[in-house]
Design a protein around this ligand. Structure first.
Ligand SMILES: Nc1ncnc2c1ncn2[C@@H]1O[C@H](COP(=O)(O)OP(=O)(O)O)[C@@H](O)[C@H]1O
Ligand code: SF4
Ligand SMILES: [Mg+2]
Length: 353
């Protein structure tokens, strides 16, 4: 198998605060291929931003990590400062969750795009300006050359987000981490930005990790999706499989909470209960307190098991998860088909591992 563009293996992040450590990302294993749009979905507080910031090397000093993240086969933890600087913002770039604070209000939009270019490329100011204008035009800023010197406050939220995307794409990254890039925008603008991201993938082959709490967004542009709950990856599948044959109770609950078309916002169904406090998460399956199917074995962490199709699932209800730990009662999956990821998650009630 060819090396994935991004490979995350058994990766965890804990924030060490004055109180108990916050286990924000727990034993996550996933990979993203070249040119793929991978959705990372889950409610607020499930660790999506923390995982993205970790890949980008932007975690605060209070964060402790374990596991391995490789990009084109290189372990990101082994890079020196200069290599990290070269890689991040150049080969990998990120659209931060809060688009309104991503642009400096005191500089023109054009100069902020040019700055990204000159900090990674040995080009003249004139060439950087010309490239920035092209980028602004490409992301749909009308009159890009004339508006280059305008400050951010002269633009609408949707237009500012386009500028942020132009800056993130300035050096043609192979991987774009887009953290809730459309959440603050109204539905029409949201659709335009998603179309823009898809066009960028088509035109430049940019792989995108699209972080969102909204499965509706995932359905619009992603190829594959990973579902995170309380810091753990609980299901990964192609978008088609996830929508037609979801396996994890949390994924099913997220799908059931999607508004039907024409439904009024006030009639949205929400999932009962809330994401646990990650300074004191439930010991086994973290979804157990909200899960209608919980059973005694859910007090142990289910491993993430893979179907031959690539569909991955971590739930004791699922035959593949059971097969992954050699459960003979697993009916429609065999132990030989099953592979489980994440060494820390091979824990079952009777102590097998
Ligand atoms: N710098 C930090 N210090 C302590 N806890 C944090 C920090 N950043 C995030 N967290 C906690 O980590 C968990 C995951 O947060 P986050 O990654 O922002 O989730 P999401 O992006 O899915 O909403 C939450 O419990 C959040 O409170
Ligand atoms: S492992 Fe148990 S508690 Fe967790 S989602 Fe599956 S059935 Fe529910
Ligand atoms: Mg977030």
């Amino acid at each position: 198998m060819s090396t994935p563009l991004l490979d995350v293996q058994s990766f965890s992040v804990a924030f060490h605060t004055e109180d108990a450590p916050v286990s924000a990302v727990s034993d996550v294993t996933l990979s993203v291929g070249e040119g793929e749009i991978f959705g990372l979905v889950g409610e607020s507080g499930c660790g999506k931003t923390t995982l993205s910031l970790a890949i980008m090397g932007l975690l605060p000093p209070t964060a402790r990590t374990s596991g391995v993240v490789t990009f084109t086969g290189r372990d990101l933890a082994t890079l020196d400062d200069e290599e990290t600087r070269q890689l991040r913002g150049d080969r990998i770039s990120m659209i931060l969750q809060d688009p309104m604070t991503s642009l400096d209000p005191t500089f023109s939009i054009g100069s902020q795009v040019s700055e990204v270019i000159t900090s990674h490329r040995d080009v003249s100011a004139k060439a950087a300006r010309s490239r920035a204008v092209d980028l602004l035009r490409e992301v749909g800023i009308p009159d890009a050359a004339a508006r280059y010197d305008d400050p951010p406050h002269r633009f609408s939220g949707g237009m500012r987000q386009r500028v942020v995307i132009a800056a993130a794409l300035a050096n043609e990254p192979a991987l774009l981490l887009a953290d809730e890039p459309t959440t603050a925008l109204d539905v029409t603008i949201q659709a335009q930005i998603l179309t823009l991201l898809r066009d960028l993938r088509e035109g430049h082959g940019t792989a995108i990790v699209l972080v969102t709490h909204d499965l509706g967004v995932v359905a619009q542009i992603c190829d594959r999706v990973g579902v995170m709950y309380a810091g753990q990856l609980v299901e990964t599948a192609s978008v088609r499989e996830l929508f037609t044959a979801p396996r994890h109770p949390y994924t099913r609950a997220l799908l059931a909470a999607l508004p039907a078309s024409g439904q009024l916002p006030g009639s949205l169904r929400v999932i009962e209960g809330r994401v646990p406090d990650l300074s004191d998460p439930p010991p086994g399956c973290r979804f157990a307190p909200r899960c209608p199917h919980r059973m005694p074995e859910c007090e142990s962490v289910p491993p993430l098991a893979s179907y031959p199709s690539g569909h991955q699932i971590a739930c004791w209800l699922d035959p593949m998860t059971r097969a992954a730990v050699g459960d003979a009662t697993a009916s429609d999956a065999t132990a030989s088909d099953a592979t489980a990821s994440g060494p820390g998650r091979h824990v079952v009630p009777d102590g097998r591992s």
